[in-house]
Design a protein around this ligand. Structure first.
Ligand SMILES: [Zn+2]
Length: 293
């Protein structure tokens, strides 16, 4: 416990459990602090912040809910809208990282005042990559709406043949991100219809998962979405924003650039490169990028 004390600053929380006498399997994630940190790090405008937060929560939930737990799961949304793409990764240690193609996109809200995330994403694809040790597997579905939650639900139905309710949300205020996270509830084969009907009516009654997180965190989401159903928590894990970039990894990448690009980059005497996932800046001398160490 002492070793993890330094990580308690910007932490999120993920819970995994069962409900309805084993008919439902669920996971909930509160990534409010993680997203508040990411928003400041990338200077995210509201729509890109919502898109990234929904994808990060979705990646964290899919990683834990997968039948065979992947060491890493990447969720990529790529569309023809102005945000271009959103990438979110979650690994088995609870580390999250992500990026958006354009952090400063603004689009009109949907009628009723909901952020136009689907407008910023456009038409395109959702790709999910699961990594097991050194092997990776991908599957891809067409976007339903670009609102991320519906797209993840469609992915689960098409690729994993699981009927699921997917709730993902980010609540922003002028002061910043005040709540972010989500919940996925899987309906297991043979689930009684009354349990499913209760789940559906509970979900129909909520204003949005981010409002529930703001009111009472992950446990309040679980109490509300699974109201009237017996439920048990099987696992609780911390989540955090942590990039896996390194100077050496980036150096190896830059060494592979064509010689003419490298000459161009080195003209000013040194080369600076920023990591797209965390903003870390690395500086190299031309010699480091020409000599293969
Ligand atoms: Zn990084």
């Amino acid at each position: 416990m002492i070793a993890s004390e330094m990580e308690t600053a910007a932490q999120g929380r993920l819970e995994l459990g069962l409900a309805g006498n084993g008919a439902l399997r669920w996971a909930v994630a509160d990534i409010t602090d993680v997203m508040a940190d990411a928003r400041d790090r990338f200077d995210l405008w509201p729509v890109p912040a919502a898109a990234l937060g929904r994808c990060l929560a979705g990646a964290a939930l899919l990683q834990r809910l997968a039948q065979k737990t992947p060491s890493r799961l990447m969720l990529e949304v790529r569309g023809d809208g102005p945000i271009l793409r959103v990438i979110a990764e979650a690994d088995d240690e609870g580390n999250l990282r992500g990026m958006v193609g354009d952090a400063q996109v603004a689009v009109p809200d949907w009628p009723g005042g909901k952020l136009g995330v689907g407008r910023a994403v456009g038409k395109g694809y959702l790709r999910v990559m699961r990594e097991y040790g050194g092997r990776s597997y991908q599957s891809q579905v067409e976007l339903v709406s670009g609102e991320i939650g519906e797209d993840v639900a469609f992915y689960l139905q098409q690729s994993v043949q699981t009927r699921s309710a997917v709730l993902l949300g980010v609540l922003g205020k002028p002061s910043g991100v005040v709540a972010a996270g989500g919940m996925v509830v899987e309906v297991l084969p043979g689930a009684p219809e009354d349990a499913v009907a209760l789940l559906e009516s509970n979900i129909a009654g909520i204003r949005g998962v981010s409002h529930l997180i703001e009111e009472g965190g992950a446990s309040h989401v679980v109490e509300t979405v699974l109201a009237g159903l017996d439920r048990e928590v099987k696992e609780v894990r911390p989540l955090r924003y942590r990039c896996r970039c390194s100077r050496e990894r980036l150096r190896r990448h830059l060494v592979l650039l064509p010689a003419e690009d490298r000459d161009y980059l080195t003209e000013e005497g040194s080369i600076e490169a920023d990591c797209a996932f965390c903003g870390a800046r690395y500086r190299f001398t031309p010699e480091e990028l020409t000599a293969e160490a």
